[in-house]
Design a protein around this ligand. Structure first.
Ligand SMILES: N[C@@H](CCC(=O)N[C@@H](CS)C(=O)NCC(=O)O)C(=O)O
Length: 229
């Protein structure tokens, strides 16, 4: 059985992606949870991954780290796992926006960190220009996908795909910080929030006792010690 190493549900968006992928793929796995940035964090995570970050997937002597590598590995192993869209052109589109998410939106990730337990009326004017531009870009990606593929289903590319997993935590950040998106983009936020697995993750996040003050108090990113992502 797979083992998945994750961090705090409340704060760790990359953990959420790998977990959501396995759950929506209906695969069984055991969870190993290591809270971020405790005294034991570095020593604990080093036991599982040379990269020192979560998520990490352990499969019978094989270690896979990094969310996208985990999803690619699992989809190769399991024919029924959540996949990319079927058509080459749509798949290329889904891969492009997913790669854009995986490697980008750094200002947004810094300034609007995942914090599922709270609601914060963010004054968008206080965000950096880069962050505001990234919010607009994400709105454009989601709205564009819904416009193009909305008739095929409720997700970005019709059926639920790896692209939805990549963007799901961003939808939740927009809820946490009351970030407004356009009507079509809103459909994606609503679809993510309605997912039973996402609700299950959020409920579990609410029972966690750890608190990362630099996120809870919204300390500017340059002053925060490490990046929960
Ligand atoms: N590109 C990685 C990012 C993983 C990542 O940044 N994880 C954060 C938690 S959400 C982490 O482990 N941070 C620990 C640290 O910065 O030391 C992925 O896709 O898995």
């Amino acid at each position: 059985m797979y083992k998945l190493v994750i961090a705090n549900r409340n704060y760790s968006s990359w953990s959420l992606r790998a977990w959501l992928y396995l759950v929506e793929s209906k695969l069984e796995f055991e969870e190993i949870r290591i809270p971020l940035f405790t005294n034991a964090w570095q020593e604990e995570i080093a036991r599982y991954s040379p990269g020192g970050r979560v998520p990490v997937l352990l499969d019978d002597g094989i270690t896979v780290w990094d969310s996208l590598a985990i999803m690619e590995y699992v989809r190769e192993q399991s024919p029924n796992a959540v996949d990319w869209p079927e058509t080459a052109a749509v798949r290329a589109h889904a891969r492009s926006v997913s790669a854009e998410m995986h490697s980008g939106f750094l200002a947004l990730r810094d300034e609007l960190p995942q914090n599922l337990r709270v609601r914060h009326e963010m004054d968008v004017g206080q965000l950096s220009a880069a962050c505001r531009q990234q919010i607009a870009r994400i709105d454009g990606i989601w709205a564009g996908c819904r416009r193009q593929y909305g008739e095929a289903g409720r997700w970005l590319f019709g059926d639920f795909s790896i692209a939805d997993v990549m963007f799901a935590p961003v939808a939740l950040r927009f809820v946490t910080y009351s970030i407004h998106v356009s009507g079509l983009a809103r459909e994606f936020v609503e679809a993510v929030c309605a997912l039973a697995s996402v609700q299950q993750w959020i409920e579990a996040a609410q029972t966690e006792s750890e608190s990362l003050s630099f996120i809870d108090e919204l300390v500017p990113a340059k002053d925060s010690p490490l990046t929960p992502g």
